[in-house]
Write a protein that binds this ligand. Structure first.
Ligand code: ATP
Length: 985
C-alpha cells in the first residue's frame, strides 16, 4: 500500500469489484471483535437541528419569526398562532444550533466525533436535510474554505473541516493509509459522476449485488494524498453540480450530491506477522432542498427539478417514517436517493442528520414538516459494524489477481486491435482497463443474476414436474373418455345409417305417392276449374282418378304387403307389380293424352296470357314512354330551372360582385370622405379648441373681474341691506306703536259700544221679563178671580142645593117612603154632577199650571239666549284683543272689524226677519199681510237696533212671530190665537 507521504501524485484507481461493492453497503460479515455492545443493540440516528439567521430578504419583508432555539435544553420551539391562541410545539434533538451558532461549533459537536470512528473503520453518513435556502450547503460546504495561517475561514463548512481533520489525524498518527474519493450527483433521478472526465460524463446505473447491497456501476474513485487534492476534487465536483437561482435562494442546489471519502489504514503487524487493513468511510451528503414551487418561483425546467427533488425527499420522509414506526415495509426502492442512503438509514452505517430550518413565519409549514421528520428520524436504529478488516496479503493477492486479469484483457485487446507498442497509446489502455473493469462488474452482477435464475429455474423445474405428472393423469383420463366416445360414436353411426336407409325407403315411397297424388290433385283441380270442358273428358278423368285412387290403394296395399312379406312373396309381388305396371302404363298413356290435351289448353291459355301480357306490356310501354317523356320534360324543366338558377345565381353573383365592388368603391370614397371629414373635424375642433382655450382664458379673466365686481356689489348690498334693515326696523317699530295705539282705541270704542249694546239688551230683556212677570201676575190674578167666581158659583149652587134639600126633606118628611127612590135618584144625579164639576175644575187648574210652566220655560230660554249672545260678543272682543298683539294682522283687523261686526249684525237681523216671514207664512196665510208688515218693520228696527236679534233669536219657530216690538208681537199673538189673546187680555 502506498502512503500518502510517499506518493503525492494523484492517481485514478480501479479497485477490485469486491471492494467497490462495499461502497454503499457492508454486506460482508463483520469481524466480531470490532463490534461494541452498543453496536449490537443498535444505535439511534443522531439528529441535530440548525436554525439559520433571518435572511436579508426576510428582514426587508419584516416577517416575524416563529422559531426559538434552546441550545442548552436541545430544544426547538415552534410558535404557532391559531386565532387568539398561541400553540408552542417543542422538538427535542440531540443537539440544537441557533441562528448565532458558528460553523466550527457544528463541526466540533457533530462531525468531529464521527471522524474518529471513521478512522476506526466505521462507515459514517452526515447529511443535511431541510427546506430550500435553510443552509444545507452552508452547513456542509460553507463559504470561504481557504484558511489563513492554518486557520479555517469561519464560514467553512463540515466537508473541508472533516477532510482536514482526517488528514490531520492520519499525519499525527503517522499512519500508513490510502484515501479514495467519489463524488456523485443525483439529478432528476439520474446518477452522474461529478469526477468523470468531461467526455465520459454519462448517467450511471445503480445496481444491487443480489444481497441487498447497492453500488453505482462505473463510479470513479480518485485516490487522494493531500487536502489540496480533495479540495481540487471538491471544486471540480461542486462546479459541475446543478445549481440555479430561485426566488428563495440565489444559489440553490437542484440535485443531491454525495461525497464519499474512503480511508484504508494499515494496522500495526500482528504477532504472526500478518498485516491488517481497516477501512473507514465517510459519506457527506448535501441534499437538495424541498421547496414550495409557488414560492420558489420555479418554472418549466426548474419546476420539473423541484418536482423530482420533492418526490425523492418525500420518499426519504416516508422511509424515515417507516423506519421510525418499525414498519415491515420500508419503501427504499421508491427513489434512487433512498436506495443510495439505504445503508445509512436502518443499515450498518452510523448516521447524523442535520435538520436545517428557517426561523421565518413564511416557511412555517415546511419548517414544521422538517422538524417533524427530523424528530421521527431520531427513532431510527442503525446497527453499525466496523467494516471487515482485510489482510494485507489478501489485498495484495487480490490486486495481483486483478493485475493478471487486466494483463490478460490487455493482451486480448492488443490482439484484437492489432496491438500497440510499448510506447502505445496510454489512453486506449486506460479505456480498455476501464472497460475490463466494467465487464468484470457486469460479470459479477450477471453471476448473481445467474444464481438467482438457477434458483428460480430449479423451483420452476419442480413445479414443471408436478405439472407434468398431473398432465399425464389428465391425458389418461382423456384417453379413456375418448375411447368411450369412439364406441358410442360407432353405435350412433350404425343407428343413424340404418335409420337413414329406412328413412330413404320411406321417403322414396312417399315421394312416389305424393307425386301421384299431386298429379291427380292437379288434374282434379284443373278439371274442376274448367267445368265447361267436355263431359266425357271429365268422366274419363274421374274414371282415371278413381282408377288411380284404386291403384294407389293397391299400391299402398302392395307396398305394405311387400314391406311385411318382402322376401317370401317376392314373385307374387313381382307379378302384381307387373300387372300394376301394365295397368299403370295404360293409365299413363291415358294420362299423357289428357296431358296433351291439357297442354293444348295450357298453350291456348298461355297464348291468351301472352296476348294479355303483350297488351299489358304495350300498355306499360306506353305508360313508360309517357312517363319517360314526362320525366325528360321534367328533367329538361329542371335542367332549365337549374341553368336558369345557375344563370340567376351567376347574375346575382355578378350583381353581388359588382355591388361589392361598388360598395368597396363607395366604402373607399366614404373612407376618403370620412378621412377628409375627420381631418376637417380635426382642424375645426383644433381651431375650436384653441378658440375655446382662448375663450376660457378670457372667461377666466372676466370671471375674476366679475368676482371682484360681485364682491364689491355684495359688500354694497350688504351695507345697503343693513341700512335698510335698520331703517325698516325703526319704521316698523314706529308703525307698530301707532297701529297698536289705534287698535287699542278702536278696541276700546268697540268694547264700549258692545258693552252699551249688551247693557241695553240686558235691560230690555230684564224689562220684558218684568213685563212678562207682570203679565203673569195679571194672569194669575185673573185665575184667582176666576177661582173666586167659581167658588161663588159653587157656593150659590150649594146654597141652592141646600134649599132644594130642605124643600125636598120636607117633601120627604111628608111622603117619606114614596119619595125614597126619587131621593136616591136625586142623590145619584147630584153626586155625578158634583163629580163632573170637580173634574172640570181640576182640568182648568191643570191648564193654568201648564201655561205658567210654558211661560216660565220661555223666560228661562230667553235668559239663556241673552247669556249666549253676551258670551259670543265677549269672545269676539277677546279675540280682537288677542289679535292686536300680532304685528302683521292688526292693521287689517283694525280697519275691517267694526264694519264687519255691524254688517254681520244687520245681516243676521235680515235673516231672522226673513225667517219670521217664512214662519209666519207657514203659520197662517190669513194674516200674511200683517205679518209682512210686521216683518218689514221688524227688519227696519233690527237694522237700527240689535236688541231685536238678542231676544228674538232663540225660539223663532216656537213662537211663530219673533220680531218686532212687544205691542206688535202681542197683537200678532192675539191674531193667531184667541186663547193667547185671552191670556194677553
Ligand atoms: N447558519 C447560517 N448562518 C449564516 N448564513 C446562513 C446560514 N445558513 C444559511 N445561510 C445563508 O443562507 C443562504 C442559503 O443557504 P444555502 O444555499 O446553504 O441553502 P440550502 O439549504 O443549501 O438551499 P438549497 O436547498 O436551495 O440548495 C446562503 O446565502 C447562506 O449564506
Amino acid at each position: 500500500m502506498e502512503s500518502s507521504k510517499t506518493n503525492n501524485q494523484r492517481r485514478r484507481s480501479w479497485t477490485p469489484s469486491s471492494m467497490r461493492r462495499t461502497l454503499w453497503s457492508s454486506s460482508e460479515s463483520p469481524t466480531k471483535d470490532f463490534r461494541s455492545n452498543d453496536d449490537l443493540k443498535g444505535v439511534n440516528v443522531q439528529v441535530v437541528a440548525r436554525c439559520r439567521p433571518v435572511s436579508e430578504g426576510e428582514i426587508r419583508a419584516k416577517t416575524s419569526t416563529i422559531i426559538s432555539c434552546d441550545e442548552t435544553k436541545h430544544q426547538v420551539i415552534a410558535t404557532q398562532n391559531t386565532g387568539s391562541k398561541q400553540n408552542d410545539k417543542v422538538f427535542a434533538f440531540d443537539k440544537v444550533f441557533g441562528p448565532n451558532s458558528k460553523q466550527i461549533d457544528v463541526y466540533d459537536d457533530v462531525v468531529a466525533p464521527a471522524i474518529a470512528e471513521v478512522l476506526e473503520g466505521y462507515s459514517w453518513t452526515v447529511f443535511a436535510y431541510g427546506q430550500t435556502g435553510t443552509g444545507k450547503t452552508y452547513t456542509m460546504e460553507g463559504e470561504g474554505r481557504k484558511h489563513k495561517a492554518g486557520e479555517f475561514h469561519e464560514n467553512a463548512g463540515v466537508i473541508p473541516r472533516a477532510v482536514q481533520h482526517i488528514f490531520d489525524v492520519l499525519e499525527r498518527d503517522s499512519a500508513d493509509y490510502s484515501m479514495k474519493v467519489t463524488f456523485l450527483e443525483l439529478y432528476n433521478e439520474e446518477i452522474t459522476d461529478l469526477l468523470a472526465p468531461d467526455n465520459a460524463k454519462k448517467s450511471l446505473l445503480l445496481m444491487e449485488d443480489g444481497k441487498g447491497a447497492v453500488f453505482v456501476r462505473g463510479l470513479e474513485e480518485e485516490i487522494v494524498c493531500s487536502v489540496d487534492e480533495i479540495w481540487a476534487i471538491l471544486d471540480k465536483g461542486s462546479s459541475r453540480k446543478h445549481t440555479a437561482e430561485t426566488l428563495v435562494n440565489k444559489q440553490s442546489n437542484r440535485s443531491h450530491s454525495i461525497l464519499t471519502i474512503t480511508v484504508q489504514i494499515k494496522e500495526p503487524s500482528t504477532t504472526d506477522g500478518s498485516e491488517m487493513i481497516r477501512c473507514g468511510r465517510l459519506n457527506l451528503v448535501d441534499l437538495a432542498g424541498s421547496e414550495n414551487i409557488l414560492r420558489s418561483g420555479a418554472r418549466e425546467v426548474r419546476a420539473r427539478e423541484a418536482g423530482e427533488i420533492n418526490k425523492s425527499l418525500l420518499t426519504l420522509g416516508r422511509v424515515i417514517k417507516a423506519l421510525a414506526d418499525n414498519s415491515t415495509h420500508v419503501p427504499y426502492r421508491d427513489s434512487k436517493l433512498t436506495r443510495l442512503l439505504r445503508d445509512s438509514l436502518g443499515g450498518k452505517t452510523k448516521t447524523c442528520i442535520i435538520a436545517t430550518i428557517s426561523p421565518s413565519i413564511l416557511s412555517q409549514e415546511e419548517t414544521l414538516s422538517t422538524l417533524d421528520y427530523a424528530f421521527r428520524a431520531k427513532c431510527i436504529k442503525n446497527r453499525p459494524e466496523v467494516n471487515q478488516k482485510l489482510l494485507k496479503s489478501t489485498l495484495i493477492k487480490d490486486l495481483y489477481t486483478q493485475i493478471d486479469s487486466l494483463k490478460q484483457e490487455l493482451r486480448v485487446s492488443k490482439q484484437m486491435n492489432g496491438g500497440y507498442g510499448d510506447h502505445g497509446d496510454r489512453h486506449s489502455a486506460d479505456a480498455l482497463r476501464k472497460q475490463l473493469m466494467e465487464l468484470q462488474e457486469l460479470y459479477i452482477y450477471q453471476q448473481q443474476l445467474r444464481v438467482d435464475l438457477e434458483d428460480k429455474l430449479l423451483s420452476t423445474e419442480r413445479e414443471l414436474t408436478t405439472a407434468r405428472q398431473s398432465l399425464f393423469n389428465t391425458e389418461d383420463q382423456c384417453q379413456q373418455a375418448k375411447d368411450m366416445c369412439r364406441d358410442k360414436e360407432t353405435v350412433i353411426f350404425n343407428l343413424i345409417s340404418s335409420g337413414k336407409e329406412l328413412t330413404k325407403k320411406a321417403l322414396d315411397l312417399r315421394s312416389d305417392l305424393e307425386g301421384a297424388a299431386l298429379d291427380a290433385s292437379t288434374l282434379f283441380a284443373k278439371i274442376e276449374h274448367k267445368n265447361n270442358l267436355e263431359e266425357t273428358n271429365r268422366q274419363r278423368v274421374e274414371d282415371f282418378y278413381s282408377q288411380l285412387v284404386q291403384q294407389l290403394q293397391e299400391l299402398d296395399e302392395g307396398v305394405s304387403a311387400s314391406a311385411t312379406i318382402q322376401e317370401q312373396n317376392l314373385k307374387a309381388f313381382q307379378d302384381d307389380t307387373q300387372l300394376f305396371l301394365t295397368s299403370k302404363a295404360k293409365a299413363i298413356d291415358e294420362l299423357f293424352k289428357q296431358i296433351e290435351h291439357l297442354k293444348e289448353l295450357h298453350a291456348s291459355g298461355v297464348n291468351n296470357l301472352d296476348g294479355s301480357a303483350e297488351e299489358l306490356y304495350q300498355k306499360s310501354q306506353l305508360a313508360l314512354s309517357r312517363l319517360s317523356s314526362e320525366l325528360s320534360a321534367h328533367s329538361s324543366c329542371i335542367m332549365d330551372l337549374v341553368t336558369k338558377m345557375s344563370s340567376d345565381a351567376g347574375a346575382i353573383n355578378n350583381g353581388l360582385k359588382s355591388n361589392m365592388n361598388n360598395l368597396g368603391l363607395r366604402l373607399d370614397a366614404f373612407m376618403k370622405q370620412q378621412e377628409e371629414t375627420h381631418a376637417r373635424t380635426y382642424h375645426t375642433s383644433k381651431s375650436i379648441s384653441s378658440s375655446l382655450v382662448h375663450f376660457f382664458k378670457t372667461l377666466k379673466i372676466y370671471i375674476s373681474k366679475l368676482t371682484l365686481v360681485e364682491e364689491d356689489s355684495q359688500n354694497m348690498a350688504k351695507y345697503k341691506l343693513h341700512a335698510f334693515t335698520t331703517k325698516f326696523e325703526e319704521i316698523s317699530v314706529a308703525e307698530e306703536k301707532l297701529l297698536l295705539e289705534e287698535m287699542a282705541k278702536l278696541l276700546a270704542n268697540s268694547n264700549s259700544r258692545k258693552k252699551k249694546m249688551i247693557q241695553a239688551a240686558v235691560d230690555d230683556v230684564l224689562e220684558s221679563a218684568s213685563n212678562r212677570g207682570e203679565k203673569l201676575n195679571l194672569e194669575i190674578s185673573d185665575m184667582q178671580s176666576l177661582t173666586v167666581d167659581a167658588e161663588g158659583k159653587w157656593n150659590s149652587f150649594i146654597e141652592t142645593t141646600k134649599s132644594n134639600y130642605v124643600e125636598d126633606s120636607v117633601a120627604l118628611e111628608a111622603g117619606k117612603c114614596a119619595l125614597e127612590d126619587g131621593l136616591q135618584c136625586c142623590m145619584i144625579d147630584l153626586a155625578e154632577d158634583s163629580q163632573q164639576q170637580s173634574l172640570s175644575e181640576e182640568s182648568l187648574l191643570d191648564e193654568m199650571k201648564k201655561t205658567f210652566d210654558s211661560e216660565d220655560a220661555i223666560i228661562k230660554n230667553e235668559t239663556a239666549a241673552i247669556e249666549k249672545i253676551h258670551a259670543r260678543y265677549s269672545s269676539i272682543a277677546a279675540s280682537l284683543l288677542e289679535e292686536t298683539e300680532d304685528g302683521t294682522k292688526k292693521l287689517m283687523l283694525s280697519a275691517e272689524n267694526p264694519l264687519r261686526l255691524d254688517q254681520e249684525a244687520s245681516e243676521k237681523a235680515g235673516l231672522l226677519s226673513a225667517r219670521c216671514l217664512v214662519s209666519t207664512k207657514q203659520t197662517s196665510s190669513i194674516h200674511s199681510k200683517q205679518v209682512a208688515d210686521v216683518s218689514r218693520r221688524a227688519r227696519k228696527s233690527l237694522v237700527d237696533d240689535y236688541l231685536v236679534d238678542s231676544w228674538a233669536c232663540p225660539s223663532p219657530r216656537k213662537r211663530n212671530v219673533v220680531v218686532g216690538s212687544r205691542e206688535e208681537i202681542e197683537s200678532l199673538m192675539r191674531l193667531q190665537s184667541p186663547k193667547a189673546d185671552n191670556a194677553v187680555n
